[in-house]
Design a protein around this ligand. Structure first.
Ligand SMILES: Cc1cc2nc3c(=O)[nH]c(=O)nc-3n(C[C@H](O)[C@H](O)[C@H](O)COP(=O)(O)OP(=O)(O)OC[C@H]3O[C@@H](n4cnc5c(N)ncnc54)[C@H](O)[C@@H]3O)c2cc1C
Length: 479
């Protein structure tokens, strides 16, 4: 980590606006803000600013504008694409952490909405919704650390997208401090509001490049009274996709999650928790969840459906969770494999999406290329298959030096992006672009697309101080 050092004058000016507790400028107190969850990325910053109110965010943004300081908004720092930390492209920036803006502002259970400060941890929002007999369905492995503002800024997905949509679909209103320090409040509590441009959608998924989100109003759903979870073993990814097609119809639109896991991922799950045992023995595992808020015969629906698909040999083995604890154990496999990969160390990490029917081709081509051209590297395929989203990760041989692995990883990643692009897919299904995918994003868009994106950026952030290097190149002009 590089420490650029802050001048006493700038530090004093920042402290006048935020108080001493609102400014961290020494390496020790900044350290936790300058390393991401994966441990892959370590950054630098002039200082970390920690405003405690919306007014302080406005004052900090105005002061940074006057001083010409680039600003990097930061939520829980769980994003996996270096959007919330500089990795060498934005030296001399300040990180603006939202962690002290962490109040639930209101819950309206009749309107099924909840309003919160942007720095609220996602799990806290889910717990508060639960207390009101409601569900906030955004669900991801990082929910104990990520913030609702970060979820909005990165348009987070997760395991329930299939039923409830991405963050973009779950947000009814936003409050944003613009790059000039003005506050735009887009709260109305209205689910339908067709007055012209839907401005909140500009800021959702903008990864902090257009302003700092300070408040979020989310849609709640009725809390499911029943949840049924099954862990299935299948012969192939082709059969998993055929199963999905049939399950969408056969389970009355009640599927809330459909995850696939290549059996090779089990070893990694056991790195996170050695007690993990696969409930089935098959090349491909599927975790399927059905949920309903009303008194539907959910279990018999799932049992009948599974009996039918097993009879047709689409599914080889199936274990139905007999308790909440067993369902949790199934999910621990899915979450554990992500943690296990991180514990193993550096690896190629992707977040690809294709049309659902192209998933088997994507995995076959990616696996084939790795086996042929990078023997010793280990492919891992898993993901939110019901949304066409596959995380195809590749682990280097353990005896390869990290620097060599990283160098080779760049070439492997580029080739995986070629494969997904040839299939008409996306290099970012849900994690965003950040700094690590900036180049492939920028070079992959059409001139007209680039012009529109640049026009929006230049109109809202003409000085280019809001998260430079993220999404947009810093070395070229944005036009
Ligand atoms: C174990 C694990 C599992 C994960 N699973 C999923 C998954 O299933 N689906 C998924 O979509 N993601 C997943 N992620 C990625 C990550 O958790 C999400 O992208 C999450 O939404 C990031 O939230 P955050 O608060 O940590 O944001 P950060 O990482 O702090 O920031 C992400 C981006 O948003 C910007 N930003 C943050 N807060 C604000 C704000 N208030 N205003 C403006 N800009 C802001 C940052 O500048 C950055 O560009 C996972 C991550 C981990 C570690």
């Amino acid at each position: 980590m590089t420490f650029h050092g802050i001048s006493p004058d700038i530090r004093a000016a920042l402290e006048r606006v935020l108080g001493q507790s609102g400014v961290a400028a020494d390496p020790t107190s900044m350290a936790k803000y300058l390393a991401d969850w994966s441990g892959d990325h370590h950054g630098s910053a002039l200082a970390v600013l920690k405003p405690a109110s919306v007014a302080e965010v406005q004052a900090a943004v105005r002061l940074c504008g006057t001083l010409g300081l680039a600003m990097i908004p930061q939520g829980g720092n769980t994003g996996l694409v270096a959007g919330a930390i500089d990795i060498g492209t934005t030296p001399g920036a300040v990180v603006i952490s939202l962690e002290r803006l962490n109040r639930i502002r209101s819950v309206d259970a009749d309107n099924f909405t909840l309003q919160a400060d942007a720095g609220c941890i996602l799990q806290h929002i889910k717990d508060v919704a639960d207390d009101q007999d409601c569900l906030f369905p955004l669900a991801l492995g990082a929910q104990g650390s990520c913030q609702i503002g970060g979820n909005a800024a990165s348009n987070a997905g997760g395991v329930n997208v299939l039923r409830y949509g991405m963050a973009r679909d779950l947000i009814v209103g936003l409050e944003v401090v613009l790059p000039d320090g003005d506050l735009w409040s887009g709260f109305s509590g209205l689910r339908k509001d067709n007055r012209g441009y839907d401005l909140k959608q500009l800021f959702i998924g903008a990864e902090g490049t257009l302003g700092i989100i300070t408040g979020v109003e989310v849609k709640l759903s009725p809390k499911p009274g029943q949840i049924e979870t099954a862990y299935l073993g299948l012969p192939s990814f082709e059969s998993a996709i055929a199963l999905f097609r049939q399950a969408r119809r056969g389970c009355s639109d009640l599927i809330s999650a459909f995850e696939i896991i290549g059996s090779e991922c089990m070893e990694l799950a056991r790195l996170a928790d050695p007690t993990i045992v696969a409930p089935v023995d098959a090349p491909v595992h599927v975790l399927i969840e059905l949920s309903s808020s009303a008194a539907v015969e959910l279990r018999s629906l799932l049992v009948d459906f599974l009996a039918g698909v097993m009879e047709r040999h689409l599914v080889a083995d199936a274990v139905l969770a007999e308790s909440g604890a067993q369902a949790k154990a199934f999910w621990a496999i899915r979450e554990g494999l992500v943690e296990g990969q991180a514990r193993r160390g550096y690896h190629v990490r992707t977040d690809l999406s294709v049309r659902i029917s192209d998933i088997p081709t994507l995995i076959a081509q990616a696996r084939g290329f790795v086996a042929l051209e990078h023997p010793g590297w280990i492919s891992q395929a898993y993901g939110h298959a019901g949304d066409g989203n596959i995380h195809f990760n590749v682990l280097p041989p353990l005896d390869l030096a990290e620097a060599d692995a990283r160098a080779r990883g760049v070439a492997i990643t580029a080739r995986l992006y070629d494969i997904v692009t040839a299939l008409g897919g996306s290099v970012s299904a849900e994690h965003g672009i950040g700094r690590t995918r900036q180049r492939v994003y920028w070079t992959g868009m059409s001139p007209v697309h680039r012009r529109l994106v640049s026009t929006l950026k230049n109109a809202i952030d003409p000085a280019g101080l809001m998260n430079p290097g993220c999404l947009f190149p810093v070395t070229e002009t944005c036009s």
